[in-house]
Design a binder for this molecule. Structure first.
Ligand code: DQA
Length: 145
C-alpha cells in the first residue's frame, strides 16, 4: 500500500478556533482523521505531521524521500515567504500538491504569491477541509497513472 505524507505548516495546529469564518470549525485532528479514512478507502496510507517551524517542515520533506510516494502540503504563511521550503519541495523529487483551506486569491494581495506553486504538481485552494480531500484524490490518481 503506497504511503503519503500529509504535511501542515504554521498555525494550522490551532484550527477549530483560529478565525473559523475563514478556516472553518474543524480541528486539525478532525481533518487528519477524515484524510486517513479517505486514504484507506482509496488504498493509500496517510501519515500526518504538523509543525510551526520551517526547519522541521524541511526535515519532514527530506524524511519523506525514504518512505512516501507523494506529499499533500499546506505550507500556511510560509507559502508566501519561504525560499527554503520551495527548495526542499524541488529537491525531494516527489509529487507535491499544494493545499489551502481558504481561497488565497480572494484575500490580501500578499497571499496571491506562492513561492512553492511553481515546483508543485498542482494546487487546490478555497474548499475548506475538502481542499485536502481533493488534493488526496488528485495525488492518488496521479500515482496510479
Ligand atoms: C492558508 C492560507 C495562508 O495564506 C495562511 O497564511 C495560512 C493558511 C490556508 O490554508 O488557507 O496559514 O494556507
Amino acid at each position: 500500500m503506497p504511503s503519503l505524507l500529509l504535511l501542515h505548516g504554521p498555525n494550522l495546529n490551532i484550527l477549530g478556533t483560529r478565525e473559523p469564518e475563514i478556516y472553518g470549525s474543524l480541528t486539525l485532528a478532525d481533518i487528519n482523521t477524515r484524510l486517513i479514512e479517505a486514504g484507506r478507502e482509496l488504498g493509500v496510507e496517510v501519515r500526518a505531521y504538523q509543525s510551526n517551524s520551517e526547519g522541521a517542515l524541511i526535515d519532514a520533506l527530506h524524511d519523506a524521500r525514504g518512505w512516501a510516494s507523494g506529499v499533500l502540503f499546506n505550507p500556511g504563511g510560509y507559502t508566501h515567504t519561504s525560499v527554503a521550503l520551495r527548495d526542499a519541495v524541488s529537491a525531494i523529487g516527489l509529487p507535491v500538491i499544494e493545499v489551502h483551506l481558504s481561497n488565497v486569491y480572494a484575500r490580501e494581495e500578499f497571499r496571491h504569491t506562492s513561492l512553492l506553486s511553481p515546483v508543485c504538481k498542482g494546487k487546490i485552494t478555497g474548499f475548506g477541509w475538502r481542499s485536502y480531500w481533493l488534493g488526496l484524490l488528485a495525488l492518488v490518481k496521479l500515482l496510479e497513472e
